[in-house]
Design a protein around this ligand. Structure first.
Ligand code: 13P
Length: 260
């Protein structure tokens, strides 16, 4: 069990209107107890259209769920039709911003260099990046797991000083496990999360690596969260499908939080 406070994040992807989003957060707040928030940080990542509504609700009721975004454009402002800037998110009290999700990399052409720009922009605005890394099934079968992940880390952390790096979150999301019902075994997930921490220790320092929270993502459910969280280098989860159901997500938080 980790000594870092776990972070359990719900990535809602392209689901839910702002009305649905409010209903889900309301249900979550009925279910989660002070002990859950004491022993785990919780974030929800609705669509851009729902951020303002969810923020208003969290702020008005003093609910200790952190607001998260699913993506950001690195520029401050300008002619980028359809995009959202880091300051727009920061003004909404967004705390965590997912960068480099494999769906962005695959469907929208986010390169390692662009992910690095996004990460730096998020840090500049004093929000916390959740950097996603992970391999495809073909890469796994070819034994290319650590090389792929380390390559993504090297590119994403370019220009990030140690002081900023220690506050970051890295999410290991094997692409073949996303939305497929196939989870990495706890041992396999632990091996890659440990490799991520080792890279951080060699690139920065051990004390920096010890502070970074490493999440696992890919078909996380109430059934598998406990065994994943029992691994020493797994500090939380980035949950897709199961986070759309408030009850399931609350169960994941409860089972994923530290014991005391
Ligand atoms: P699933 O939990 O639906 O597999 O999605 C994982 C994910 O991509 C979270 O960012």
């Amino acid at each position: 069990m980790t000594t870092r406070k776990p972070l359990i994040s719900g990535n809602w992807k392209m689901n839910y209107t702002h009305l649905d989003a409010i209903a889900v957060v309301q249900k979550l707040t009925y279910t989660l107890l002070p002990a859950d928030y004491d022993r785990a940080d919780v974030s929800v990542h609705p669509s851009f259209t729902a951020l303002r509504s969810v923020q208003t609700m969290l702020d008005a009721d003093g609910i200790p769920i952190a607001l998260g975004a699913q993506d950001v454009h690195p520029a401050e402002s300008g002619a980028f039709t359809g995009e959202v800037s880091p300051s727009m998110l920061a003004k909404l009290n967004v705390r965590y911003v997912i960068v480099g999700h494999s769906e962005r990399r695959e469907h929208f052409g986010d390169t390692d260099a662009f992910v690095n720009q996004k990460l730096l922009a998020v840090l500049k605005h004093e929000m916390i990046p959740i950097l996603c890394v992970g391999e495809t099934l073909a890469e796994r079968e070819a034994g290319f797991i650590e090389d792929k992940v380390v390559g993504q880390l090297e590119a994403a952390f370019d220009g990030v000083p140690a002081q900023a790096a220690e506050g970051l979150v890295v999410a290991y999301e094997p692409i073949w496990a996303i939305g497929t019902g196939r989870t990495a075994s706890p041992d396999d997930a632990q091996a890659v999360c440990k490799a991520i921490r080792s890279w951080l220790a060699s690139h920065y320092r051990t004390d920096v690596a010890d502070k970074v929270r490493v999440q696992y993502g890919g078909s996380v459910t109430p059934t598998n969260i406990a065994e994943l969280m029992a691994q020493s280098d797994i500090d939380g989860a980035l949950v897709g499908g199961a986070s759309l159901d408030a009850e399931k997500f609350a169960q994941i938080v409860r089972l994923g939080r530290t014991a005391s």
